[in-house]
Design a protein around this ligand. Structure first.
Ligand SMILES: C[S@@+](CC[C@H](N)C(=O)[O-])C[C@H]1O[C@@H](n2cnc3c(N)ncnc32)[C@H](O)[C@@H]1O
Length: 514
């Protein structure tokens, strides 16, 4: 613990940490911020060494937890900041340092590998994390070099040891000798081919860069867009809210409180938040609105918007946890007099669905059920009019919002997931009535999880037809945006962060033949 950690707030409401961090992220020591040089210099050197910046220490601790316990940074960091009373600018600095370092880890490792005379995997993982944190401050955050180096060396001394701290000092000084642009040119020049260079500079594992490039081509886009796509994954998205229809109106000033909102680009339900924290908004607290990517809203609106002959009374969300799409689907069902069954295999995620749908009108949610979606088709054949299969997937379409996930996924995940995806889609097609509609959705554009799953399942069935998914999607977007939405020539839809500003969601709409 540093000398001032946990010191709490100050007279004017800014935290003490706020007062000490200058705009470029440099943490001034307690004594210097009081203008009291004497008290600083009178301390024994060993005492001084113990003081490390709480924001950098917090980022380091989160990185270690992500590495050692497979934790999710976005679940670990906020409670850690609260527990250590890190607020205001310090909290912002710790957040950018943590997420940016995780996201750009591949880029920094490629740079560090040119400076360290051992293979990086052979380094103490804690030391490697310190080096990455230092590299991000120098190259990604414009923290002045002297501050970035000395504070990171202090962190290394405190958390890894005096010897490694010397190495951190030497390596970070070398990192700081070139600006980012020059480093990226070095990585590009040294790469054996263009894609390997892009994967390094844009910080993606090569297998993911390759899969994304194939997905672009497989969806009729130019494979050379891969650079833009990888770059878009490195920008954390603006917070997008969904105003659940019938529950809250975009013009309701009381419900939205004192926040700046602008209409989303495509979905009539989407609102973009100018600030980054939606937790204080009354409509969000009450469940009338929620945080939801615009792509997720679009695929849900499309399922509800597909035309249907005959009965339209029972809708099913087969893989519902944590419930974002169930809440929107339920709100849409309520307006049509239909009901929703939300199914989820993981009990703790089924509880999250219950919370997500709690604000829907009474009677709309028939049941939130814990069960294996693969069994629903056999247990309840033809029982539903509309079915959403938002299948478990690699999440390669949502890398921009999950900074560590690109490093955690492996190509071997695909085998298990695509088998499950096929079984879930087949079950959904059995659960829908003849004439009813199924939406197959993934937040991954990987061809093995999208086009191949659908074509494989349809090969075995003569009772299913593909709908013109782009046509249906155009019918549910904002009227003024319908014509300008780039949707390609296929009968399914692939959204992209660098084109649509959404997660890379895939949607295929299918109808069980009447
Ligand atoms: C992509 S997430 C769904 C996200 C959700 N639709 C939303 O918008 O909040 C996939 C979900 O499928 C669940 N799942 C995995 N295997 C399943 C199975 N066999 N049956 C039902 N759900 C399953 C996972 O636990 C996960 O919650």
């Amino acid at each position: 613990m540093s000398g001032y950690e946990g010191a709490g707030g100050s007279r004017d409401g800014r935290s003490i940490d706020d007062e000490r961090r200058n705009p470029s992220g440099r943490q001034r020591s307690a004594s210097r911020s009081r203008g009291d040089e004497r008290s600083r210099t009178s301390q024994a050197p060993s005492e001084r060494r113990k003081r490390t910046d709480p924001a950098r220490t917090a980022a380091f601790d989160v990185l270690r937890e992500v590495d050692e316990s497979d934790a999710y940074a976005n679940l670990v960091l906020p409670p850690l900041l609260r527990e250590r009373h890190i607020r205001g600018r310090d909290a912002g600095f710790a957040t950018e340092l943590t997420y940016g370092t995780l996201r750009l880890r591949g880029r920094y490792d490629a740079i560090l590998a040119t400076l360290v005379d051992r293979p990086l995997p052979g380094l103490d993982p804690a030391l490697l994390d310190v080096l990455r944190l230092g590299a991000h401050q120098v190259l990604g955050m414009r923290v002045p070099v002297h501050a970035a180096v000395s504070e990171t060396v202090g962190l290394a001394r405190n958390r890894v040891g005096a010897g490694p701290a010397q190495m951190v000092n030497a390596v970070l000084r070398r990192v700081s000798e070139r600006p980012l642009d020059e480093w990226l040119s070095v990585l590009t020049k040294d790469a054996p081919d263009a894609l390997t260079g892009l994967a390094a500079t844009e910080s993606h594992p090569l297998w993911i860069a390759r899969a994304l490039r194939e997905a672009l081509a497989g969806n009729g886009r130019d494979a050379d867009e891969i650079g833009d796509l990888l770059a878009a994954d490195n920008v954390s998205p603006r917070v997008t809210l969904v105003a659940r229809p019938g529950l809250v109106d975009a013009s309701d000033e009381v419900a939205w409180g004192d926040v700046d909102l602008v209409a989303g680009r495509w979905a009539p339900t989407a609102l973009r938040l100018e600030a980054s924290d939606p937790s204080g908004i009354p409509a969000v607290r009450e469940g009338l609105a929620g945080v939801q990517d615009e792509g997720s809203q679009l695929v849900t609106l499309a399922l509800a918007g597909a035309s249907l002959e005959g009965r339209d009374e029972r809708w099913l969300d087969l893989c519902a946890g944590p419930g974002g799409k169930s809440a929107l689907l339920g709100a849409l069902a309520a307006r049509r007099g239909a009901t929703l069954v939300a199914n989820e295999v993981a009990p703790h995620r089924a509880r999250l669905v219950e919370k997500a749908v709690a604000a829907l009108p009474d009677g709309v949610v028939e049941e939130v059920r814990t069960g294996d979606g693969r069994e629903v088709g056999a247990d309840e054949p033809g029982a539903y009019d509309r079915v959403l299969v938002d299948a478990p997937c690699t999440g390669l379409g949502a890398l921009r919002r999950r900074p560590e996930s690109r490093w955690r996924r492996t190509p071997s995940d695909l085998g298990t997931l695509t088998g499950l995806q096929r079984e879930l889609l087949a079950s959904a097609l059995d659960a829908v009535r003849p004439g009813g509609v199924v939406a197959y959705v993934t937040c991954s554009p990987h061809l093995a999880e999208t086009q191949l799953v659908v074509s494989d399942v349809l090969k075995k069935r003569s009772d299913v037809e593909r709908l013109d998914t782009p046509d249906v999607l155009r019918s549910v977007v904002r009227a003024e945006a319908a014509d300008e939405m780039p949707l390609g020539d296929r009968d399914d839809v692939q959204l992209w962060p660098h084109v649509h500003g959404t997660d890379a969601m895939h949607l295929t709409l299918l109808r069980r033949k009447a």
